[in-house]
Write a protein that binds this ligand. Structure first.
Ligand SMILES: [Zn+2]
Length: 257
């Protein structure tokens, strides 16, 4: 067992990909030092399963939200449902919510509607937000600037160094996962080595975004070890130091003890 503890700050442990061996997955996560896992909500249909998982294991922490990837399926009433669900079921953050400007994704206005509505809920309830941003970091920053005081993380960060500094300045954490283990991701790797450690988080985004040594396989929390090692070597800092600081960042953001 390692001497440090880690927190996987973004893992879809509720997804059916883990239905056959979720206990073993959690066991392997524990062996590499993972103490806690943050599970983001993606649509009304997965909130109950997340709630059940987290009720039975106090090291799993729920978020509830509406992911932009399913924006075509979310309805306006889902926003009201979200606000009510959060009032009745404790969670550590709103999300994941955000904007995904890849080809084939839902209409941008529709995505904005759900994103902004969730930022409003987070602001109103004074809760952190978990943000998904693909080719939309500039728009995300614009929206966050309108809501000073809002805190949160941008998960699987893919923006520039300058944008990361802007996000940090307005109180957001920057989270890195599998993509930084690919050598061709030189810009992203540079960002992860340049931003202050006090604003950095690590995640797997499992079952998606496996690191380079698990390419095309199902990702799982135990592979967080590879993210930690990559960041340690890119920053030329000790794994222990990075583990300690990123874990304390996650605990502060999600109010975990
Ligand atoms: Zn996610």
């Amino acid at each position: 067992m390692p001497t440090y503890t880690l927190i996987d700050t973004h893992c879809h442990l509720d997804f059916i990909n883990f239905d056959i061996d979720r206990d073993e997955v959690l066991q392997r996560a524990k062996l590499i030092g993972i103490s806690d896992i943050i599970i983001p909500g993606v649509s009304t249909s997965n909130w109950d399963k997340i709630k059940t998982l987290c009720t039975h294991n106090k090291h799993l922490h729920p978020c509830y939200g509406l992911h932009p990837y399913w924006a075509d399926q979310h309805t306006e009433s889902d926003i009201k449902k979200l606000a009510q669900f959060i009032d009745n079921n404790p969670c550590v953050a709103i999300g994941e919510c955000g904007l995904d400007y890849r080809q084939g994704q839902a209409d941008k206005n529709r995505q904005h509607y759900f994103f902004e509505a969730q930022l409003d809920i987070a602001e109103e309830k004074n809760m952190p937000v978990v943000i998904h941003s693909v080719h939309a970091t500039e728009e995300i920053i614009q929206q966050l600037r309108k809501r000073p005081g809002l805190r949160g993380m941008v998960h699987s960060y893919s923006g520039s160094y300058e944008q990361a500094l802007q996000l940090i300045e307005i109180g957001f954490y920057i989270s890195f996962g599998g993509p930084i283990t690919y050598e061709r991701a030189s810009k992203l790797r540079a960002v992860s080595s340049q931003i202050p450690l006090s604003s950095l988080l690590i995640e797997t985004d499992a079952p998606d975004q496996p690191d380079t040594s698990h390419k095309n396989q199902r990702n799982e929390p135990a592979y967080l070890e590879n993210i930690l090692s990559t960041i340690a070597s890119l920053r030329q800092e000790h794994k222990n130091e990075i583990a300690t600081q990123t874990t304390s960042n996650a605990m502060a953001l999600f109010n975990i003890r």
